[in-house]
Write a protein that binds this ligand. Structure first.
Ligand code: F3S
Length: 409
């Protein structure tokens, strides 16, 4: 990969050890992927904020970076941690574990990252615009900004995101390039005139599980897609597969027409998505079929204000049944907002717990001994059987409320 004189100088250590380490890694990755050059990024979003993901090695890596004088050079936000910093005791997290997470978080902030601890940076705190190059990890965020915003990022991995943040550049490969953003498979909606909230994660799961590394172009999409629905679609597809970008003809910014979405090429395949595919995919996503509910979880990806307002309305005059846990995950700044708006009190009064800075996937929660989980999130539905050891029922937010109030599926 070509390096400018200035980049060579960084590689030679003229700007210090931290940038030298970061540039060395970026140069190697660039060579590996056949990138021709480095390009500037507007921002980064890093996932190594979760101690659940990094373990002690995360603390060691950031100790080395701090010692080497590394600092991020572009706005950099952070993914959820493994604990709610205020409520970890309430969530039965081991004290030693919580302190390790706090140590890791402190180090990440010391290199200049913003302590957002949130997986929807595109909604607030780190909002990209069309055409921006980014170095983001967090698969739901990558799918969202590539597809819905038209910003450009690969699915970065832990630490590579930080290296790009330190240099403020990334090798130009993958989804940074026009030719790799074109749709490759057309997905035609057949006999589907309406999609409800709970259908979007199912469609996403279908795309992620059936289409491998292809970039889907969805045609004849029913009206009604909104940011929360597209967020749910991308999160499910990116969790179960490698979905990093999709187009919806007439809706997403690089797909004003089918021709534009395909970049003038012929699709490798055309598949039909009908009611049968929708229902059989939904079935695959559910392992629980009935009986007592232990945990109801929503807010994956982290809940938007609109989602929380709907939840508050649905819970009006109702209460979570004794013996059932109902958790909603969100960022700490969303929590601050809903506290001031009175929604936090309303949620708490109805028996719902807010879990901020983290989520059911990032926090170690097996000690709760849950057996059955109900969720409206395709991403939770995919990870919870492994992470929490539960059977999962996927439903709507209304279905979540019903299950929490009745305690039964
Ligand atoms: Fe976010 Fe956790 Fe879901 S990181 S996307 S709430 S699994």
């Amino acid at each position: 990969m070509y390096l400018s004189k200035e980049e060579e100088a960084i590689l030679d250590g003229e700007r210090g050890e931290g940038p030298r380490i970061a540039m060395g890694i970026l140069a190697k990755v660039g060579d590996m992927y056949g990138a021709k050059r480095l390009i500037p990024v507007e921002s980064a979003h890093v996932v190594e904020s979760s101690y659940q993901l990094t373990g002690d090695s995360g603390i060691e890596v950031f100790d080395k970076l701090i010692e080497a004088g590394a600092r991020v050079s572009v706005p950099t936000t952070t993914d959820p941690c493994a604990i709610d910093f205020e409520r970890w005791r309430e969530f039965r997290i081991d004290e030693g574990y919580a302190h390790k997470q706090i140590e890791l978080a402190n180090r990440i902030v010391r290199i200049g990252c913003a302590p957002t601890w949130c997986c929807t940076p595109y909604a607030h705190a780190n909002v990209p615009k069309f055409g921006d190059h980014l170095a983001w990890s967090e698969s739901n965020a990558v799918a969202y900004v590539n597809s819905v915003v038209g910003a450009r990022t690969n699915r970065y991995c832990a630490y590579l995101d930080s290296m790009a943040a330190i240099i403020g550049k990334t090798p130009e490969f993958g989804l940074h390039l026009d030719e790799n953003r074109r749709g490759t498979v057309v997905v035609r909606m057949k006999g589907i005139s309406e999609l409800r909230d709970e259908d979007y994660p199912v469609l996403g799961y279908y795309l992620g599980s059936e289409l491998g590394n292809e970039i889907p172009v969805i045609m004849d999409m029913p009206k009604g897609a909104n940011p929360d629905r597209l967020k749910a679609l991308g999160a499910a597809g990116a969790a179960v597969g490698s979905l990093a970008m999709y187009h919806i003809v007439g809706l997403t910014p690089e797909a004003r027409t089918l021709e534009e979405a395909l970049g003038g090429d012929k699709p490798r395949d055309v598949v039909e998505f009908d009611r049968r595919a929708l229902e059989s995919t939904r079935e695959k996503m559910c392992s629980a079929s009935g009986g007592k509910v232990d945990l109801v979880a929503t807010g994956c990806p982290h809940a938007s204000l609109g989602h929380i307002q709907r939840l508050v309305r649905l819970m009006e005059g109702r209460r979570v049944k004794r013996g059932v846990e109902f958790w909603v995950s969100m960022s700490k700044y969303m929590e601050r907002l809903i506290r001031e708006m009175g929604y936090l009190d309303a949620l708490t009064a109805s028996g719902i717990r807010v879990i901020a800075d983290t989520c059911c996937n990032n926090a170690p929660l097996r000690q709760w001994g849950f057996k059955t989980m109900v969720t409206d999130s395709g991403k939770y539905a995919y990870y919870a059987p492994t992470n929490l050891g539960v059977d999962v029922a996927l439903t709507s937010l209304e279905g979540c409320v019903r299950a929490a109030v009745e305690g039964e599926l």
